[in-house]
Design a protein. Structure first.
Length: 260
């Protein structure tokens, strides 16, 4: 389904918000956080497009409800212009390639691994590694915020090492709010409440205090699960994984910032 929201974009254009119906069942799906133009009589009006092309079925995503955010004076509205990979040089991150340079994902989104062990699980995101020009070239490499937003967690978690969670600003293109997690890192440079910009260094690639090989565990969530539980790990619940996490490579490829 594709929603078109009026009165929320700074340039006066409608925001296009795509929703993958197959990833949700019997729950409210957040479209984002918006500040409407009080002078626009059409502000908040939503049109829904059926993209299934199945004429014999009725689309179930139709109800919209708004919740007003009260108790504070309206402040500057922040929007994310897009997402970059959280690793690589400036030139590599600006390129079209995801993952950039010689970086690669050693595990893969929704891949089942550690099969037959107590740690068996479906993977929530990407395990980003760099072994060129030499093995473990990723060790101590800079880790960058994938998009602008606010740090909601920065601390140590058992089994994870140091973890950073960022609640990203609504995407300029869709209004969608995403959360990103950066795990096993070292030399953390941010704290809870800090605002960060896309491409700002927030840490370095670590090894979870010696318990993991050097790499960056990176995942993206369209829900607030990582704000509520920074340690979240669905294990073998594939349905919940696909509800609470998206393929980070695919999402970044589809939501790149404008090229300058």
């Amino acid at each position: 389904a594709r929603y078109k929201l009026h009165g929320a974009s700074p340039d006066g254009k409608e925001l296009v918000i795509p929703i993958n119906q197959s990833a949700y069942h019997n729950l409210w799906v957040p479209l984002g956080v918006f500040q409407f133009d009080a002078n626009d009589p059409k502000a908040g009006v939503v049109f829904l497009n059926d993209l299934t092309y199945e004429s014999d079925r009725e689309i179930a995503f139709d109800a919209i409800r708004y919740r007003q955010i009260l108790g504070r004076t309206p402040t500057t509205t922040y929007l994310a212009d897009g997402f970059d990979a959280p690793i690589g040089t400036r030139e590599e991150r600006a390129s079209e390639k995801v993952w950039p340079g010689h970086w690669f994902d050693a595990t893969g989104y929704a891949a089942r691994y550690f099969i037959g062990t107590p740690q068996e699980a479906y993977h929530t995101g990407a395990d980003l590694n760099l072994n060129r020009p030499y093995f473990d070239a990723d060790a101590h490499s800079p880790v960058y915020a994938a998009a602008s937003g606010t740090v909601t967690f920065a601390g140590r978690l058992a089994g994870w090492g140091n973890v950073i969670i960022i609640r990203h600003d609504p995407l300029l293109s869709t209004g969608r709010v995403m959360y990103s997690r950066y795990a096993h890192v070292q030399d953390v440079r941010v704290k809870v409440g800090d605002r960060v910009q896309r491409g700002q260094q927030i840490a370095n690639v670590g090894n979870a205090e010696g318990s993991q090989p050097y790499h960056l565990h990176f995942d993206l969530s369209p829900t607030d699960i990582l704000e509520k539980a920074p340690w979240d790990w669905p294990r073998l619940d594939l349905e919940r994984l696909k509800r609470d996490y998206v393929d980070p490579k695919e999402f970044i490829q589809l939501n790149r910032p404008p090229q300058t």
